[in-house]
Design a protein. Structure first.
Length: 291
């Protein structure tokens, strides 16, 4: 049985795609949703913000997690997502996210893996990350996500260079990002040079998600490429979050990097075929069917 600590903001998503609007629970919910539907026997501890006003959207999943260290807030952020087939999505926050409080009561030594997903980019500071790394013995899986985005004058999230990036990277064992996020590290446009710098900063394993083109894994300077699985994709929201969750679930059990990426690639592809929350109940069956 694995014990995983998950850190990330919960948000309400308003998703616009092809002139349709859908409202769904989002943010770290996507991570938690996949973990819960993969296993009911493991222990998942979630550090997030929750609100009584919106908890009804999250409770069917969050009630299966340990929320002892999560905080109650009057409101959580609402994120408007405009999705496109041919370019990166647009994001706009209606409420600014506040930093997550890290209780001194958290025993980091008991976890098999710590998964930090920077949903809003404001979950923790690099000083917080350093403290977590110092107190924990397990590896830290870090999804850069919206840490790579600042705000423009209209409140839209736009890509920008990450400040003091080396201080973040020095405390990360496994790093996940997409290609656009990678280019915010040093404004370096070469993937090879970015990877070289990442390894020099102490990151041991780097995963770059490339949408329909698959995934690249770098470990000890060696690249391994994975094609995306062939499915009839309908929904790409939370795909990267689902990949990270599936990887952490599998990797926490056997520490096999290659099989964990294979498994996560499979799960992320399957998730894109789901339209409804009830579809996730068939996740393990669908995984078995595709193997």
């Amino acid at each position: 049985m694995s014990k995983i600590l998950i850190i990330g903001h919960s948000v309400l998503d308003k998703i616009y795609y092809k002139n349709c609007l859908i409202e769904k629970p989002g943010g770290i919910f996507h991570t938690a949703n996949v973990l819960v539907n993969l296993s009911y026997n493991d222990e998942y501890y979630l550090l997030t913000h929750i609100s009584e006003n919106s908890y009804k959207h999250f409770e069917h999943i969050y009630n299966k997690l340990n929320l002892d260290f999560s905080e109650k807030k009057d409101e959580i952020p609402t994120v408007t997502l405009n999705l496109f087939d041919d370019k990166e999505r647009d994001e706009k926050y209606s409420i600014s996210a506040q930093k997550i409080f890290l209780s001194e009561k958290i025993d980091y030594l008991k976890f098999d893996l710590i998964f930090i997903n920077m949903i809003s980019g404001f979950e923790i500071s690099h000083q917080d990350l350093s403290k977590i790394k110092y107190k924990a013995k397990c590896e830290i899986y870090f999804d850069i996500h919206t840490l790579s985005r600042g705000f423009d004058e209209s409140g839209n999230r736009v890509f920008r260079k990450i400040k003091e990036i080396e201080k973040w990277l020095s405390n990360i064992d496994i790093l996940q990002m997409n290609e656009n996020e990678m280019f915010t590290l040093w404004n370096e446009k070469s993937e090879e040079k970015n990877i070289e710098k990442l390894l020099d900063c102490g990151v041991k394993k780097v995963i770059i998600t490339k949408g329909k083109r698959g995934i690249s894994l770098y470990h000890k300077g060696i690249e391994k490429y994975y094609q995306s699985i062939n499915v009839n994709s309908k929904n790409f929201v939370g795909c990267g979050d689902s990949f990270g969750a599936a990887f952490c679930y599998h990797y926490s059990k056997n520490k096999n990097l290659i099989s964990a990426v294979d498994f996560a690639n499979l799960v992320a592809g399957i998730i894109t075929t789901y339209n409804k929350q009830k579809d996730f109940e068939s996740l393990n069956y669908d995984i078995t069917k595709r193997k």
